[in-house]
Design a protein around this ligand. Structure first.
Ligand SMILES: [Zn+2]
Length: 382
């Protein structure tokens, strides 16, 4: 079974998945935290208890037709086969499996950080643990290059992976004098520039296929400016700094260690800026809301640019089964008059709605601004 890394398009697609005719989706999360599940027996036990829990939850669903019950059984069997099989866990700290025959959905995702083992059976994929992981963490690329070798890494603060290696034939330099040497040097410089352009082109191709949010570069001091000059505008906009490592020999882990402070500083700046904009908007100007009721209203009106919440924030609320309007209490939908349904976890609905309007999701992990404001808020587009 091929497992995918989590990215924003996948998250968005999952958030929008709804089986036809109210069918069900099994969402299973298995923690692979090495401190708990390092040995195969410990993991087998964890898998068994997760599957027991899944069957118990399935048994609790009332009012299913025969076909729906059979579909659910088949989905649980597929989840079981993946979890008990050869789990694609390399480098992952948790695995998520989504299965729904009704939606034609079967997805196995490797998660970069541990989430608690859990299983949810509902009418849509349970994406909240993923949004916590991914929404607040952007995708990074690191491009390293010397005169002839370039290496490209992607990932985030928890993990970097080498995805491409570019090597060009560039002649060595010889210490000779005279005009012959000057001419030769000029031609070598030209080759080096061509190599840097090839490196930038490899990065641009990657970005087009699967975009990243931020970029670091690393190169010997005499080359790093030329490497940055080789980047086109969309890539240059994403530049977040320079990292100093041995281009040819550094490992992904050593690179992560060297880049870590830059990544952390950039993530902290992003969180600070979002909270400042939110605070300014709440204080006047109207481009920000705080508290659950106003945030849900802004989401329902599709005005949210960034949904911000405290780590672990949870709340009950209500949702219109007809148009998806979100509110704090079960009254009539302001858009179409349908009675709203009570939701035990309206944060999950809020995240889905935010993803559907291409809003960023940010889990505040470094600053406490939201605590006196109700733990949740939003920066608005208008
Ligand atoms: Zn409605």
């Amino acid at each position: 079974m091929q497992a995918q890394d989590l990215d924003r398009p996948t998250l968005r697609r999952l958030a929008e998945t709804r089986p036809a005719d109210g069918g069900l989706v099994v969402s299973a999360f298995l923690s692979l935290d090495p401190s708990e599940f390092a040995t195969p027996p410990a993991r087998a036990t964890a898998v068994r208890s997760l599957l027991d829990e899944a069957r118990r939850r399935a048994g609790e669903r009332d009012g299913l037709s025969h076909a729906e019950r059979e579909a659910l059984k088949a989905d649980l069997a597929r989840v079981q086969r993946v979890l008990e099989g050869d789990l694609p866990t390399d480098g992952a700290n948790a695995v998520a499996v989504f299965a729904s025959s009704g939606a034609g959905l079967f997805e196995v995702l490797r998660l970069p950080r541990s989430v608690g083992s859990d299983v949810v059976i509902d009418h849509s994929p349970f994406v909240e643990p993923l949004a916590d992981l991914h929404g607040s963490e952007r995708r990074w690329a690191v491009l390293l290059s010397n005169r002839r070798t370039a290496r490209l890494f992607t990932g985030g603060p928890a993990r970097l992976e080498e995805v491409e290696h570019v090597r060009d034939e560039v002649r060595g330099q010889h210490a000779q004098g005279g005009t012959e040497q000057t001419r030769r040097q000029r031609s070598i410089d030209h080759e080096v520039d061509q190599h840097l352009r090839n490196a930038a082109e490899a990065l641009r191709r990657r970005h087009r296929r699967r975009s990243f949010d931020r970029l670091l570069v690393g190169a010997p001091p005499e080359l790093v400016g030329r490497l940055e000059d080789a980047l086109d505008a969309p890539l240059r906009e994403r530049l977040a700094g320079r990292v100093e490592v041995d281009v040819e020999h550094t490992t992904a882990n050593a690179l992560l260690e060297a880049a870590g402070p830059l990544l952390e500083a950039d993530e902290e700046r992003r969180e600070r800026e979002a909270l400042d904009r939110l605070q300014a908007g709440v204080g006047g100007g109207g481009r920000g809301v705080a508290g659950l009721a106003d945030t849900l209203e802004a989401l329902s009106e599709q005005r949210v640019e960034i949904l911000v919440m405290n780590d672990g924030f949870g709340a009950e609320g209500a949702r219109c089964p007809s148009c998806g309007w979100l509110g704090v209490e079960a009254r009539a939908c302001p858009a179409d008059g349908t009675p709203l349904e009570h939701r035990k976890d309206v944060v999950e609905d809020a995240i889905e709605r935010a993803l559907a309007q291409s809003a960023e999701i940010l889990v505040a992990q470094r600053f406490e601004d939201l605590s006196p404001l109700g733990g949740v808020g939003a920066v608005l587009r208008f």
